[in-house]
Ligand binder design. Structure first.
Ligand code: ADP
Ligand code: MG
Length: 251
């Protein structure tokens, strides 16, 4: 997809000096990091360290207190920016799947395509079927969310995001709400997406996934990036005590 201000070779996400406070609570205390196009970056860190807030700042679900964020060449922190236009280029998948319960899997994928991208019904349906097949749910287009397992619902949510042709995908603990036996199918879909070259920023506690799929791992604690590097560096040979302490709890 091409869009205004979409430069070539730039980072997909660039975050500089990001601060976010909720009243007196400073949740992000000066975050700098970037995600290159096609890169998969996993964000790890203890509960409350600011991971979700960081993701929510990237798509401006939260307004930063200070700092600059650029997504696909557009500065989203520019007060003049058309944030709906930028958000359209970002796929988001959360812990809770947030499917429309009264719509089938297919309809869950076509509604935003039709309303936001103004695709006609046959085009939206064709793209929806392609994306459902891509996540292994080609035979579930007529199913309602309640008829699907949690893992299947999350895969529908991923397919729904993909149907919008995002330039990058944000995942916030996409497998945390799932029964253990359903996690693998969702991670497999994410792994395939990474192989296809999608730019991905993934908050996860799945260290196996981070090790295997991430180009880079960012460890956050207390609203700061404590260390970042390859999975081998950060997960395999952490330099900081706080990283080691966290890993010893989750591994
Ligand atoms: P993580 O995702 O790493 O667990 P969060 O980004 O969700 O951390 O939260 C970081 C801190 O910010 C927590 O202390 C949380 O309670 C606080 N927080 C998050 N969102 C809000 C909000 N909307 N209002 C007030 N405090 C918030
Ligand atoms: Mg969180």
């Amino acid at each position: 997809m091409t869009g205004g201000g979409d430069g070539n070779g730039e980072n997909a996400i660039e975050v500089r000096g990001l601060h976010k406070a909720f009243g007196a609570l400073e949740v992000l205390r000066g975050i700098d990091f970037s995600v290159a196009r096609g890169e998969v970056v996993c964000v790890i860190g203890p509960s409350g360290s600011g991971k979700s807030t960081l993701l929510r700042c990237v798509n401006l679900l939260e307004e930063p207190t200070a700092g600059r964020i650029t997504v696909a060449g557009t500065e989203v922190t520019d007060p003049e920016v058309d944030i709906d236009r930028v958000r359209r280029r970002i796929g988001m998948v959360f812990q809770s799947f947030n499917l429309f319960p009264h719509l089938t899997a297919l309809e869950n994928l076509t509604i935003a395509q039709r309303r936001v991208l103004r695709r006609d019904r046959p085009t939206a349906a064709r793209i929806a079927r392609d994306q459902l097949a891509r996540v292994g749910l080609g035979d579930k287009e007529a199913a309602y969310p309640a008829q699907l397992s949690g893992g299947q619902q999350q895969r529908v949510a991923i397919a729904r995001a993909l149907a919008m042709d995002p330039e990058l995908m944000l995942f916030d603990e996409p497998t945390s709400a799932l029964d253990p036996e359903l996690v693998g199918d969702v991670l497999a879909v994410m792994r395939a997406l990474a192989r296809d070259g999608m730019t991905m920023l993934v908050v996860t506690h799945e260290m196996g996934f981070a090790r295997e799929v991430a180009d880079r791992v960012v460890f956050m604690d207390g609203g700061l990036v404590v260390e970042e590097g390859t999975p081998g560096q950060v997960v395999g040979a952490p330099r900081h005590e706080r990283t080691r302490a966290f890993l010893s709890r989750v591994l």
